[in-house]
Design a protein around this ligand. Structure first.
Ligand code: EPZ
Length: 434
């Protein structure tokens, strides 16, 4: 019981450790920023370690709450987990438990990524249904459909998914909509299935390619990752992985919008421009120049921003994870922009907060009309989800006066040491305990 209580306390502590950021806007940000490893590459890769006994090593892992949560969950299953200087070691020799409880899954939806690997390794998994979240219902029906097609029996019981399969079988699986973690779950499960699995209408994000490359380094046989059809030939076993993950394209895109809104000049070390084509295209339309430099990119903001329309789409389209940040940028463009959110049904939580700073934004049926204003003014704000928090920072760095952003535990899920990185390039920013 103590163990359970301790675990719940740990979750509660993280959720209620209410820090806030205080930002004084108006500075021009210039200098160099090191982009961290991609959270959305790290999480599936940590789950993939369940597929092979032995000691795995993952490098360039960002120091984020979601990483801690995933590590703790893998430890619950019997893995030995350690995090040190942005490297994770995971010894998955003895995986004896197969339940991902509600109190963990409810703090991180990506927990669903243990489903496929657990069924492939142990033949069973009991994972709490993630439930909705701030940005939408976010069902996992496609994950479950895929596992069922591979021969798993799926039962839903008091908020949990019970999945069992003596041995998964290769199957042809078509996704009605490209799902990132759905593609990752099925790809991982298929590596140890009997026969060949085809995933059609697969998600094409760079994080999918990174996962496939890591699985191939473990001995998996995968072709087509990054395209809409992925083929996986099952093998009998895999070996531990030693892998360095890709940089975080969304963090890089966020810093580019910051260069744009502060009329700044920021060099981003360790980022891959091919992962950001759609974002760079839209930022260039707004007047921001983005040039390749040794090992990264340099973003220079204009004295005034042009309005730009965009819509979020599955990769290689404009990423939904950049929509909020881009809207903050457009809120001070000279003209009107139209931004449509096509991936999630409720990803405009940042709009009300931006309006409190003086932004002129109206929304209807997933489309936002952003009429640029000359100035934003600092205000007390509330973060609601990870990327909405980032958009509030983008706006606050431009706003006149002081902005307080509360509940930044949302931000700590996806941005490693962001206030330090911003202070280093000239931002007037500090973190305080509520
Ligand atoms: C991943 O979430 C990312 N998370 C999200 O990043 C990102 O916003 C999202 O992909 C879209 O790019 C991780 O990779 C850990 P989806 P995921 O399944 O996999 C519908 C962040 O900020 N769908 O690609 O949960 C779903 O409702 C996070 O880091 C089903 O209908 O997203 C959505 O409309 C936020 N049934 C669409 O597909 C399913 O079974 C795309 O969702 C699965 C998804």
């Amino acid at each position: 019981m103590i163990w359970n209580t301790g675990r719940i306390f740990n979750i509660l502590f993280w959720e209620v450790s209410l820090d806030k950021l205080i930002i004084k806007g108006g500075n021009r940000l210039t200098g160099t920023v090191e982009i961290s490893g991609a959270k959305n590459a790290a999480l599936p890769l940590m789950a993939a370690s369940l597929l092979a006994a032995g000691e795995h090593a993952l490098h360039r892992i960002p120091d984020l709450k979601d990483i801690t949560t995933m590590g703790a969950m893998l430890a619950d299953f019997g893995a030995v987990y350690a995090f040190d200087k942005n490297s994770v070691s995971l010894d998955c020799s003895s995986i004896t438990h197969h339940e991902a409880p509600y109190e963990r899954v409810s703090t991180m939806r990506a927990s669903v990524l243990v489903l496929g690997p657990l069924v492939a390794r142990l033949g069973k998994a009991k994972v709490s249904l993630p439930g909705g979240c701030a940005i939408g219902a976010r069902p996992i029906n496609l994950h479950l459909m895929g596992l069922e097609k591979m021969g798993a029996t799926i039962e839903l019981e008091s908020g949990y998914v019970l999945a069992e399969a003596r041995k998964l079988k290769g199957a042809s699986i078509y996704f009605d909509t490209p799902t990132v973690t759905g593609t990752e779950n099925i790809m991982m499960a298929a590596t140890l299935a009997e026969g060949t699995t085809l995933i059609e209408n697969a998600a094409r994000e760079p994080e999918i390619v990174d996962l496939a490359n890591a699985l191939i380094s473990m001995g998996a046989r995968i072709t087509g990752a990054g395209e809409s059809i992925i083929e996986i030939d099952g093998v009998s076993s895999l070996k531990p992985l030693d892998y360095t993950i890709i940089p975080d394209r969304i963090e890089a895109g966020t810093f580019m919008t910051i260069a744009g809104i502060t009329n700044g000049d920021i060099t981003l070390r360790n980022c891959i421009s091919e992962h950001l084509d759609a974002v760079i295209n839209k930022l260039a339309d707004s007047g921001i120049t983005v040039d390749p430099v040794e090992g990264g990119l340099r973003a220079i903001g204009p004295s005034q921003l042009n309005p730009v329309n965009t819509r979020t789409m599955p990769y290689p389209g404009f990423p939904t994870d950049m929509q909020a940040q881009f809207m903050a940028l457009m809120s001070v463009a000279v003209g009107t922009s139209v931004i449509s959110e096509k991936i999630f049904e409720n990803r405009f939580m940042h709009v009300a907060e931006l309006r409190r700073m003086g932004a002129d934004i109206t929304t209807e049926d997933g489309t936002a009309t952003v009429r640029g204003v000359r100035t934003l003014t600092g205000a007390p704000l509330m973060a609601t989800d990870l990327r909405a928090s980032a958009s509030l920072i983008v706006a606050a760095l431009r706003a006149e006066g002081e902005t307080e952003i509360h509940r930044i535990y949302h931000l700590d899920r996806g941005y490693e040491h962001i206030e330090e990185k911003l202070a280093k390039i000239g931002a007037d920013i500090r973190r305080e305990r509520e």
